[in-house]
Design a protein around this ligand. Structure first.
Ligand SMILES: Cc1cc2nc3c(=O)[nH]c(=O)nc-3n(C[C@H](O)[C@H](O)[C@H](O)COP(=O)(O)O)c2cc1C
Length: 214
């Protein structure tokens, strides 16, 4: 009898172990550690193996980019995803490292609508007026960094490539893509699977921190 009870308990334990619906308890990654690792691993990658980026990954990169904060929540970004390399010669005619772009899986052109239409601050109950968004550059920096960090998280590589304020880089893009007059191509970001092993730089410098005084 005692033997049967022991056997039944063993079978029950085995059943619970095998057929329990609950996921096995796994050690949870420390969210702060995950974020720190992501930020500290990001680096500019300038050489890629030419592989295309899966559409679902690209959508997540763009989703993360658009999750950026923006002044007055105006979200000035407009994003052009370039994958048609036959157009690169015309679109990126201005002073860019073309080899880097041709090796990438996609080149993202992060554009900003520099205007918005809303009642003015002085007359919040008045009519909507088209105004210059003074904060678009700040907003676009946040978008760009969000994109770069998500690129890193996916094991991809990218390089923030300046476009604004250089006319020789902006003008061919504006012309080739027929951007509306108020839309500025702010930065160009080639993204691809890294060729080689680029290491992040250690930029931590406590001497640049000032507590309660300069
Ligand atoms: C506003 C801005 C413009 C940049 N423009 C270029 C560029 O035109 N070409 C380039 O190769 N890298 C460019 N970079 C990348 C920097 O060279 C790079 O971030 C810097 O050397 C630090 O290296 P890291 O990104 O690996 O930490 C730019 C970065 C920023 C933030």
């Amino acid at each position: 009898m005692k033997k049967n009870l022991i056997l039944a308990a063993a079978v029950a334990t085995l059943f619970a172990a095998c057929c329990n619906d609950k996921p096995e308890a796994t050690s949870q990654a420390d969210p702060a550690e995950v974020v720190m690792q992501n930020i500290l691993s990001r680096k500019s990658v300038r050489s890629y193996n030419g592989d295309t980026i899966p559409a679902a990954v690209m959508e997540n990169l763009l989703k993360a980019a658009m999750a950026a904060p923006s002044g007055r929540d105006l979200r000035p970004w407009q994003i052009v995803v370039m994958t048609d390399k036959s157009q690169y010669g015309t679109v990126f005619e201005g002073n860019f490292n073309m080899q880097k772009f041709m090796e990438s899986g996609a080149v993202i052109i992060l554009c900003a609508d520099t205007t918005f239409t809303a009642p003015t601050r002085d007359n919040p109950d008045g009519p909507a007026v088209t105004q210059v968004n003074q904060l678009w550059r700040d907003d676009m920096g946040a978008v760009t960094e969000n994109l770069l960090l998500t690129v890193e998280a996916y094991g991809l590589g990218a390089c923030w490539t300046a476009c604004y304020p250089y006319a020789d880089r902006m003008d061919p893009i504006r012309k080739a893509l027929a951007l509306p007059a108020a839309v500025v191509p702010y930065a160009v970001v080639p993204i691809g699977y890294p060729n080689g092993d680029t290491q992040p730089k250690d930029k931590w410098d406590p001497a640049r921190v000032h507590y309660n005084r300069w």
